[in-house]
Design a protein around this ligand. Structure first.
Ligand code: SAM
Length: 234
């Protein structure tokens, strides 16, 4: 009986707390297979798939959530915030059509995971978080993981990062009531922005905003989503 319990405990530990190396690669691959299988008519590009196969999502959540890090689910990151569902991360990243020399701005650093995925594809990523402890923790985490092409800042992302503008692409990972005019101004002509629009208690839609070469703007409604609100002084 005792031996059976010990074996069960060992099996539980192996399944739930896999070793840091190969086991997590397998889990990541499975997660991406599920993302692909559930992405319907919009499979992520090969560069997005490769980036997400590489980024160690378990390093962006608390240790107690490690066993759940490679589920296709959002997860809590503290302060009432979440790391987004991998399917949504894939879709939003894909919509930006990021190229290798692009400069990308992200609003809502959270854990830093989305910034890391963007940094695997883009030349440089600038990311802003309004909750100071989250922003500082993400900054340290990204540095320790070797992401030297990511710059982090604590502040209100509504106003963007004017000193670093213009950006080829902008991703907002919290729901706003409207497209912040400072962000539109900081987007390059020909650039793309993805942003969830709507209020916390009503339907939100992920929107693709494209700034044409002549400066005119077009918007497309993509898919209903559920994001925490963009807060701040605006
Ligand atoms: N991208 C994150 C990740 O990969 O973990 C998840 C983002 S979470 C869904 C949204 C984040 O936006 C939260 O961390 C929240 O504090 C932040 N946020 C909300 N309003 C903001 C603002 N005005 N400026 C910057 N960050 C903001």
């Amino acid at each position: 009986m005792k031996r059976r319990f010990a074996f069960g405990a060992l099996l539980f530990c192996c399944c739930v707390f896999p070793s840091q190396g190969g086991e997590f690669e397998g889990s990541r691959h499975k997660m991406m297979e599920e993302v692909l299988a559930t992405s319907g008519n919009f499979p992520p590009s090969s560069s997005v798939m490769a980036a997400m196969e590489k980024v160690q999502r378990h390093r962006f959540v608390s240790a107690w959530l490690t066993p759940f890090a490679y589920l296709n689910r959002p997860l809590p990151i503290g302060y009432g915030q979440t790391i987004s569902q991998p399917l949504i991360v894939a879709r939003m990243t894909d919509l930006l059509k990021v190229k290798k020399d692009d400069k990308v701005l992200e609003i809502g650093t959270g854990s830093g995971y989305q910034a890391a995925v963007l940094a695997e594809i883009a030349g440089s990523v600038y990311t802003i978080e309004i909750i100071e402890p989250l922003g500082k923790q993400a900054g340290e985490r990204l540095k320790s993981l070797g992401y030297d092409n990511i710059k982090t800042k604590v502040g209100d992302g509504y106003y963007g990062w004017p000193e670093a503008a213009p950006f080829d692409a902008i991703m907002v990972t919290a729901a706003a009531s409207h497209v912040p005019p400072p962000l539109l101004k900081q987007l390059k002509p020909g650039g793309r922005m993805v942003i969830p629009l709507g209020t916390h208690f009503m339907t939100q839609y992920l929107m693709l905003v494209e700034k044409q070469a002549d400066g005119s703007v077009t918007t497309h409604q993509i898919v209903p989503v559920s994001f925490v609100p963009l807060v701040g002084g605006h």
